[in-house]
Design a protein around this ligand. Structure first.
Ligand code: AMP
Ligand code: MG
Length: 491
């Protein structure tokens, strides 16, 4: 019987757990650990509706109990997923140490979406951790993941944050919280690494088949579906990471456990958006060597995909040598695809409709100019989009020269001014979640229980390409006196 037939299921839960049908070595069954007095802090009503869940029911006491992990909705089969991963290049066992997957909500459109509670208590994979999360970081994930969605970038999303009524101890006592996170799945490169390293080839095959069916069943598997699985992952990351580059998003912790095979952005820990353009920009306090700097993201994506390819070797071909050759060929497509998306994306940002061999130079010249003159990444494109460069950028050394070549480029083939503007508007966000704005919203929410600042920010970020009047003040970069921004992992 489906939940929708259950008259008491006012919330609209339609949960299953297909992952829990995989071999038991891949996860541990366990319930979230109940918390003492959960309170709803923020609810994503639009997302709830898209999932077929009634937002009012989620706001009720019963709904909040579900979002806090105190009550298990019908159809859920809570599990913590096992996975491994390369953290800053070092391989280790990980797993959901503070998250529980309740199951998959089947949406009214028939999509299967993971519903995971993050901060839901200890699991067998917690190692030394307390299994909990603090309110600030969970709200931060909520804001940035929703901003990414608004920007049109594939991402896990945030359904709600509840505070637990229990403190968490970090350097200081903080308010505990649980984020409910929605994603196409939480299958990571690290999930495959875990199985490849410690489980059987039979289980690896089951995981690969499951992943194919779950994410790529509408694609052509060709005569080797495992090779096709690799190819789809390559395509997904090439597209995803190019989009990060185009908006100045720095993930901050592209460990293989944080790379989803679905091609969605997952794991919002130390991520942040770049203000001033510089390829070596890093925000994470623990990324000492800049492994995950803005300019390194594309090549790290390739590195992570190579780790994925290694796990698939036994499924690709009986002979390892042949399997390696096959994997390498598909992996080599990554750079080509990435460059294509990257260049197409920058062409769009500059209002260019067709392709010319000189376009790479045009883009790179602009980036170099931005780097040299410490220009704001998003606002440079915003200024060009608004046609305000004469007022705002003409004083910048060498800018006018670049500007002339750009204008010349736009002459051939000639496009209408309107068409160029329209393309630029939909390719250059007028607002991004600026670090100083995100911090301001978090301080108000966490220290003053004032959620209005965050709500206003979320509203603006919902339509980042709208170029409305209200967005203007959110477009400004930080004041020059601001300290360098730093983000923290495992928060
Ligand atoms: P992350 O840096 O978020 O990718 O997390 C790396 C690993 O640490 C994952 O296995 C997490 O589940 C685990 N982890 C992070 N924070 C905690 C915590 N407070 N308690 C238990 N495990 C944690
Ligand atoms: Mg992680």
């Amino acid at each position: 019987m489906t939940n929708t037939l259950d008259p008491s299921n006012k919330a609209g839960w339609k949960l299953e757990n297909s992952y829990a049908k995989l071999p038991e070595t891949l996860y541990t069954r366990l319930n979230p650990r109940p918390v003492s007095s959960p309170q709803l802090v923020v609810l994503n009503k639009a997302l709830a509706e898209a999932l077929g869940i009634n937002p009012e029911a989620l706001e009720s006491e019963e709904g909040i109990e579900v979002l806090a992990g105190n009550r298990i909705p019908e159809g859920a089969e809570p599990i913590a997923q096992a996975y491994a991963g390369h953290q800053f290049g070092h391989f280790t066992m990980l797993g959901d140490g503070r998250a529980v997957l309740l199951g998959e909500q089947i949406t009214p459109e028939g999509k299967r979406m993971d519903l995971q509670l993050k901060g839901s208590g200890q699991t067998p994979y917690s190692r030394q951790g307390d299994g909990r999360a603090a309110l600030g970081p969970m709200l931060r994930e909520y804001i940035i993941s929703e901003a990414m969605h608004g920007l049109g970038i594939a991402t896990s999303r945030s359904l709600a944050v509840v505070s637990t009524g229990e403190p968490v101890l970090r350097e200081q006592r903080l308010t505990g919280a649980i984020l409910s996170r929605v994603a196409s799945s939480h299958i990571r490169v690290g999930t495959f690494q875990y199985v490849a390293k410690w489980d059987t080839v039979d289980h690896l095959k089951k995981l690969a088949d499951y992943t194919w069916d779950r994410h790529f069943s509408n694609r052509d598997p060709g005569d080797n579906r495992y090779l096709s699985l690799l190819r789809e992952a390559v395509k997904g990351q090439a597209e995803l990471i190019s989009k990060w580059q185009l908006v100045g998003f720095i993930h901050g912790v592209m460990n293989t456990d944080n790379i989803a095979i679905s091609g969605e952005t997952i794991d919002y820990g130390p991520c942040a958006f770049m203000d001033t353009y510089h390829p070596s920009t890093v925000f994470s306090s623990i990324d000492y060597y800049g492994r995950y700097a803005y300019g390194n993201q594309p090549s790290i994506g390739g590195w992570d995909l190579s780790r994925f390819a290694e796990t698939l070797l036994p499924l690709l071909h009986q002979e390892e040598k042949k399997a390696i050759e096959m994997a390498q060929e598909v992996l080599s497509e990554y750079t080509v695809l990435f460059r294509k998306h990257w260049l197409d994306g920058f062409r769009n940002k500059l209002g260019i409709f067709d392709e010319d061999a000189q376009d790479v130079k045009l883009v790179e010249d602009l980036l170099q100019l931005m780097e040299k003159n410490k220009m704001d990444f998003s606002n440079t494109f915003r200024t060009l989009t608004l046609g305000k460069e004469e007022e705002e950028l003409f004083g910048v050394p060498e800018f006018e020269k670049w500007h002339r070549s750009w204008k010349e480029r736009l002459e051939s083939p000639k496009q209408s001014k309107e068409a160029i503007k329209a393309l630029m508007r939909k390719s250059n966000p007028s607002v991004i979640p600026r670090n100083h704005r995100v911090e301001e919203a978090l301080v108000a929410a966490v220290n003053e229980q004032d959620l209005s600042v965050m709500e206003e920010l979320l509203e603006v970020l919902r339509n980042p390409y709208a170029y409305t009047q209200e967005q203007e003040k959110f477009a400004q970069g930080p004041s020059s006196s601001s300290k360098p921004y730093q983000t923290y992992c495992g928060t």
